[in-house]
Write a protein that binds this ligand. Structure first.
Ligand code: FAD
Length: 477
């Protein structure tokens, strides 16, 4: 009797899962295993919001596997030890998994592969997470890309070339204790994440619903809509993609089908824009694979000598959404309340933190890491280095976002600010993004005392901009 183990990690789905598919094709019994081994990701063990997601995602997967006549086995501990125990307990002699690309996972997986092969166990790995694995894309001179546009051009033609693989019929599971998801203790002890469930449905079914809603209601206006935090105009797929509840091949196939369905050219253009965002995710993985040091070093070496100068009090105000700058506070409160923040607002809050307040980009990256349900090492590192001006294809350091004009442009009626900063909700639209400039009688009428009901801005945007530029001059060379 052939018994195989499929070791799931960030591929928590049954559809388009090559490791599961291949193992199921040729096994008579199949053990589907998840191992919680937080130490193996150190110093980037999953943050609290991600753990909330993972807890619910594993529950959803477990139900799905039960329905498919199989079961999810969960364990906590050293991955190699657990796999060896499972091999012994079930008589299995092969282990299949889908590849991960962070430096820690690569080292761990390589060691496990070597150790199991030395034990005489068959080990096979597959690609479930990316359209193009990092080593398959290279510049004409044979190196990795550092600029997005040529990277995107080089992969554009092949996007959609590999179709998703089918959902397999699953052989029965071997006799083994399944373990309990609760015992992994992923659920945060604080009740802060209790509200996340109103915004998210972790698991493949939730991912599919998000995708369908996006295709029906938002794809057609994606290019303009995607910058508007006051609208529900992006897919919200990021946590689902991070945990592999849906894969990029499935997303591409669905987008291609939706945009060719009725021959709408507008839709095809919008689809192309959306796929280019999926390609940013690919680019982020490409960069982290080829430049693993960027987890804590700027890709642009000049920034190693940059004078970061952040103060703790500013950082607290930023984290708590109490900076006195409405669009920033709305973003930071959205993050705290929902575990997610709109991309445009991530850039605005990141610019304020790294430029006006001159906090190290890693300080922001760490806060996001703990509070985002979609926290992803590749995307987060790229995002923070991009906004700080020290990464690949980054916004130049001297481009410092003005949060007031950004708010006026992308949240023109102030709906987004009013939703997350309700103490400003009665201010007229024209003052909602800079309440400190509103005349006294309007502030009184809106019930806002600056400094009491809502903070004074913690930083003067003009002089802090000048100070940031002066600091940049010192490393510009
Ligand atoms: C400072 C900063 C930190 C960020 N940290 C993360 C992170 O930890 N995890 C994360 O998934 N994204 C991160 N992003 C990228 C981006 O903000 C999110 O992917 C996006 O907001 C997710 O919302 P969505 O799924 O509705 O996006 P959509 O607009 O619907 O895009 C579809 C998918 O494309 C990918 N994508 C879109 N934009 C980007 C981008 N700029 N970089 C990489 N991939 C992208 C995501 O997988 C996203 O789900 C960060 C951006 C910044 C500026």
């Amino acid at each position: 009797m052939t018994t195989r183990i499929v070791w799931l990690r960030r591929d928590l789905r049954l559809a388009d899962n090559p490791a599961l598919h291949r193992a199921a094709q040729s096994a008579e019994r199949l053990l589907v295993l998840y191992i919680h081994a937080p130490d193996e990701d150190a110093p980037w063990t999953a943050g609290a919001a991600s753990q909330w997601w993972l807890h619910h995602s594993l529950q959803a997967l477990s139900r799905q596997l039960d329905d498919a006549g199989s079961q999810l086995v969960v364990r906590r501990g050293d991955s190699l030890d657990v796999i060896r125990q499972c091999l012994q307990a079930t008589g299995a002699n092969s282990v299949y998994w889908n590849r991960l690309y962070t430096p820690m996972a690569r080292t761990r997986d390589r060691n496990i592969k070597d150790a199991l092969r030395a034990d005489g166990v068959e080990v096979r790995s597959f690609n479930a997470a990316l359209l193009n694995e990092p080593w398959t894309v290279e510049t004409k001179s044979g190196g990795p890309y550092r600029v997005f546009t040529p990277f995107w051009k080089s992969i554009r033609e092949q996007v959609g070339a590999v179709p998703p693989c089918p959902t397999p019929a699953l052989p029965p599971a071997p006799e083994i204790d399944t373990g309990s998801i609760d015992s992994l203790q992923l659920h945060p002890r604080l009740n802060w994440a209790d509200g996340f469930g109103a915004h998210w449905t972790p698991g493949s079914a939730g991912a599919e619903q998000r995708l369908q809603r996006f295709l029906q209601h938002a794809l057609d206006d994606y290019d303009e809509g995607r910058n508007r935090p006051d609208l529900d105009a992006t897919s919200g797929l990021s946590p689902h993609l991070h945990f592999g509840e849906i894969g990029p091949r499935q997303v591409v196939a669905a987008v291609d089908a939706a945009s060719s369905d009725d021959g709408r050219t507008r839709s095809a253009q919008q689809a192309d824009k959306f796929l280019s965002e999926i390609a940013w995710r690919e680019f982020a993985h490409h960069l982290l694979f080829h430049y693993p040091e960027t987890l804590d070093q700027p890709l642009n070496p000049r920034f190693r000598g940059f004078e970061w100068a952040g103060r703790d009090t500013d950082l607290n105000a930023w984290q708590q959404g109490q900076t006195g700058i409405p669009i920033v506070d709305a973003g930071m409160r959205q993050l705290w309340q929902t575990g997610w923040m709109h991309n445009r607002v991530r850039m605005i809050v990141g610019s304020l933190l790294t430029k006006n307040l001159r906090h190290h980009w890693q300080t922001g990256a760490r806060w996001f890491w703990d509070t985002l349900v979609d926290a992803d090492l590749a995307n987060n590192t790229l995002g923070w280095q991009w906004i700080a001006g020290c990464g690949a294809d980054a916004a130049p350091y001297f481009r410092i976002f003005n949060p007031v004009s950004q708010g006026e442009k992308f949240d023109p009626k102030g709906h987004y600010v009013r939703r997350f900063v309700p103490e400003l909700s009665k201010l007229p639209d024209r003052h909602i993004h800079a309440p400190w400039t509103a005349p006294d009688h309007l502030l009184r009428r809106a019930g806002v005392r600056i400094g009491k009901d809502y903070p004074q801005p913690i930083v003067d945007l003009k002089s802090s901009r000048q100070a940031a530029l002066a600091a940049y001059d010192k490393i510009k060379g």
